[in-house]
Design a protein around this ligand. Structure first.
Ligand code: ATP
Ligand code: MG
Length: 298
């Protein structure tokens, strides 16, 4: 049995097809990355799994059909949605208590306290949800999805708008849940997050699966893509020896392609020899978006 089975799922909004006959399985224990550019169909698929969207095809959560066996499917699933939505008149604690009630759980104060601590909201436990910052709201949504300890957890961009420090601690918490045996499906736009967390990856574009791969394959893809360095000079002068390597010039900013990071130092030395004054240097590593584009044009 799989943690999640997606069979021939299509979704349209009026005449627009957001998902075209998607099929894949998530094995128990996977940390699965669902990737795609804005509008690829990730949230449409997650809303279908969560029973928010109507769709064609079949979806099973821990073997339970999300339409015909909806109660069992819901007990086995926790979703952190992309859109923030709360009752603004409830406190953090009341929100989690209410959510527990939806699952018939009445005595889980210890678990609520633990989850609240792990998402760094302990000092806000009695604050109204409307008084939380955007990042805090997102952390509350993570807590909300976990009140019933579901075996399958789906996170739709859980760290969007969350600051770096808290993002790292959320990663730790999610990793711990994964180590305890929870299966995780995550969408994100951060390559770093995929590298750190996911063991399997599926990429969708315009409602179609364009690639299924392991993390190792994805990383080797990204290593074939060029890293670039942007060098801003003080007066627009540049080393003549390096002119041939410039792939873009915008004012005083020169962009050069690097095949590996060892090439940076010789470049800086040549600039020094040519007496070029450098105001700023920025190294751009390939992003998830670059990798998508590469997949699309293969
Ligand atoms: N309620 C809706 N009505 C009409 N079209 C919709 C609706 N929801 C989504 N769409 C369209 O379906 C497509 C997929 O949207 P979806 O939200 O699933 O993308 P996504 O992959 O989650 O993108 P993002 O990374 O921006 O969150 C988009 O073209 C979007 O405009
Ligand atoms: Mg989305």
């Amino acid at each position: 049995m799989y943690a999640l089975e997606i069979n021939n799922v299509s979704k349209s909004y009026g005449t627009f097809n957001a998902l075209n006959d998607i099929s894949f399985n998530v094995e128990k224990g996977d940390f699965f990355g669902l990737l795609g550019v804005n509008g690829a169909g990730k949230t449409s698929l997650i809303s279908s799994i969560a029973g928010i969207n109507s769709f064609n095809g079949t979806i099973k959560v821990m073997g339970h059909d999300v339409i015909n066996d909806v109660v069992k499917a819901k007990y086995n699933l926790g979703v952190v949605p992309q859109e923030l939505a709360f009752d603004p008149f409830l406190t953090v604690y009341q929100t989690l208590k209410f959510q527990s009630g939806l699952y018939g759980i009445t005595n889980n104060k210890d678990w609520i306290d633990e989850v609240v601590e792990r998402v760094y909201l302990k000092d806000k436990i009695n604050s109204n949800t409307r008084s939380l910052s955007g990042g805090m709201k997102r952390r509350l949504m993570v807590a909300q999805a976990l009140v019933h300890k579901p075996p399958l957890i789906i996170l739709d961009e859980p760290t969007a708008g969350v600051d770096v420090e808290i993002r790292k601690s959320l990663w730790e918490f999610i990793t711990e849940l994964h180590n305890k045996g929870h299966t995780i499906l995550l969408t994100t736009h951060y390559l770093e997050e995929v590298e750190k967390l996911c063991n399997k990856i599926i990429m969708i574009d315009k409602g179609n699966i364009i690639a299924k791969s392991t993390k190792a394959e994805l990383i080797s893809q990204s290593s074939t893509l060029p890293t670039t360095v942007q060098i801003e000079t003080s007066n627009g002068e540049f080393s003549p020896e390096l002119e041939g390597r410039v792939i873009l010039r915008e004012g005083n900013v020169f962009t050069l392609k690097l095949d590996n990071s060892d090439q940076l130092l010789p470049i800086l030395n040549l600039l020094k020899l040519a007496d070029v004054k450098i105001n700023d240097i920025k190294i751009n590593h390939p992003s998830l978006e670059d990798i998508f584009i590469n997949y699309l044009h293969r």
